[in-house]
Design a protein around this ligand. Structure first.
Ligand code: RUB
Length: 320
């Protein structure tokens, strides 16, 4: 993992790229969707004023910066897939000069940004029917996709949402504040109360668990904020549905069965002035195996884990 201060000091990097990398590392830009959008925008900001004067130089550099930003956090394929999308379409286009490259790259980047927004809209439209009987909803961390779905569900019928704190950086507070602002009845619990809350109906009988995703695998597994695995185990134990609310654009396409590498974060996030010699392990995400997932609420509707690869690669051939 890069150190944020090193990124800022990297002399050869343009300001928009450095600043974005720094904000990604500090989680000032948070959540897979925002990570992808801001990474793409930073490259577009640089491209607009770039003085590189050959097609090969500007192509190589634009792709390098996008690749760099999409790898600042390892589990962010929504950003990595922007690179795949742009490369796939650039390969079939003949580019004569730098001005034309700038136009085509910008057009492709904007098409991908539109695809993200369109997917979010489709997720809302296609998911509401699966949640008609859901009154008490449990969610974790801050997923902008899940939050939009919840806000829209609240317009159709009264719901209550149980949101978690999400240690160590408390992104659950973003969810709670946003939901309250949108008039959603919201209750907060600490992370360690999750399993009890999901399995024991005596306080609030949770109907459904909705979580976001940073990454989804071709096998139908998900990677999401640390704590999600325990939440999924509790849902499975309680026989309650757990849906991963995500655009299929977050699929990281690889067919080799290797365990995904999970982002490890700074120990100081857990305990800034911890005793010297205390070892702290601070994984950002959890791997949630497909066997625990009831389904993915995507832009193509509800998809079961074992249908995911076929559906997504048919719709997005460039994702491979
Ligand atoms: C955020 C997180 C979110 C997903 C999906 O983790 O795990 O559930 O990124 O978010 P972090 P979205 O705060 O470490 O980025 O639906 O907005 O893409």
């Amino acid at each position: 993992m890069l150190d944020p201060s090193q990124v800022l000091q990297h002399a050869s990097f343009p300001q928009s790229i450095k600043e974005t990398a720094y904000k990604l590392l500090k989680i000032e830009i948070q959540g897979a969707t925002n990570v992808a959008i801001q990474s793409i925008k930073a490259v577009l900001d640089w491209l607009k004023f770039s003085k590189l004067n050959t097609v090969s130089d500007i192509t190589e550099t634009a792709l390098f910066y996008l690749e760099f930003l999409s790898n600042v956090r390892p589990n962010e394929p929504l950003a990595k897939n922007a690179l795949k999308f742009i490369k796939y379409h650039l390969n079939t286009t003949s580019i004569q000069n730098v001005t034309q490259f700038k136009q085509i790259f910008t057009k492709l980047a904007k098409e991908y940004l539109d695809l993200i927004q369109y997917s979010k809209q489709q997720i809302i439209e296609k998911s509401l029917k699966h949640l008609q009987k859901a009154n008490i909803i449990f969610t974790h961390c801050h997923s902008s996709t899940t939050e939009s779905l919840i806000v829209n569900l609240n317009k159709h019928h009264d719901i209550k949402v149980v949101a978690t704190e999400t240690r160590p950086l408390y992104q659950g507070r973003i969810t709670a504040k946003n939901l309250l602002k949108q008039g959603v009845d919201t209750i907060m619990i600490v992370d360690s109360a999750c399993p009890r809350f999901i399995t024991d109906d005596s306080v609030l009988p949770v109907d459904v668990v909705l979580i976001g995703a940073d990454e989804i695998t071709v096998y139908g597994d998900a990677i999401n904020k640390v704590g999600s695995f325990g939440i999924a185990l509790a849902s499975y134990y309680a026989g309650k549905p757990i849906y991963v609310v995500t655009p299929s654009l977050k699929m990281f396409y690889k067919t080799l069965v290797t365990p995904p590498v999970i982002e490890q974060r700074d120990a100081k996030e857990v305990w800034p002035d911890a005793p010297k010699n205390l070892k702290i392990i601070n994984p950002a995400f959890d791997f949630i195996p497909r066997t625990l997932i009831s389904g993915f609420l995507t832009e193509f509707g509800l998809i079961k884990p074992d249908e995911l690869e076929q559906k997504v690669t048919a719709e997005y051939p460039w994702i491979k």
